[in-house]
Design a protein around this ligand. Structure first.
Ligand code: FES
Ligand code: FES
Length: 155
């Protein structure tokens, strides 16, 4: 198979890369770009740990062909902090509310939480739970994650 060139903007940086037609976005992000904050849990669209934002919308990078993001703007957890290098209020809230244990689900949870807060500034608990229902956490029991998103909305 022949590689093809694509242009993307990832975490505000423009990149020209060559990808195979069957190459998954998660592998390009993690292995070629070294952005290992994006996690691969199941590799089949079931856990949400590979979530990234593409043109502002959450997408499962394990189900996305890299070729299809030509021209897109991608945000991974590495691009989520503020421009001065400090943590975003949602990341701070995850820490303050003990919503991180092993941390494997955290990048996907933070990106989904941010997507929710961009649409609903003050979500109910039910809305938070509905929005993160595709993201699996094996450690926290979800309560602290819901509380972190809720408290971030109040900051
Ligand atoms: S690794 Fe993509 S949904 Fe699980
Ligand atoms: S903190 Fe371990 S999977 Fe969520």
């Amino acid at each position: 198979m022949k590689k093809q060139n694509i242009s993307i903007k990832i975490n505000n940086e423009k990149k020209e890369i060559s990808v195979l037609p069957n190459e998954l976005l998660i592998n390009v992000i993690r292995e070629e770009m070294g952005l290992t904050g994006t996690k691969c849990g199941c590799g089949m669209g079931q856990c949400g740990s590979c979530t990234v934002l593409i043109d502002g919308n959450p997408v499962l990078s394990c189900l996305t062909l890299a070729l299809t993001v030509d021209g897109a703007e991608i945000t991974t957890i590495e691009g989520f902090e503020r421009s001065d290098g400090t943590l975003d209020k949602l990341q701070e809230s995850f820490i303050d509310n003990s919503a991180i244990q092993c941390g494997f689900c955290t990048p996907g949870m933070v990106l989904m939480g941010s997507d929710l807060l961009s649409k609903i500034s003050s979500p109910t608990e039910a809305e938070i739970r509905a929005h993160i229902k595709g993201n699996i956490c094996r450690c926290t029991g979800y309560y602290s994650i819901v509380r972190a998103i809720n408290n971030a909305a109040l900051r």
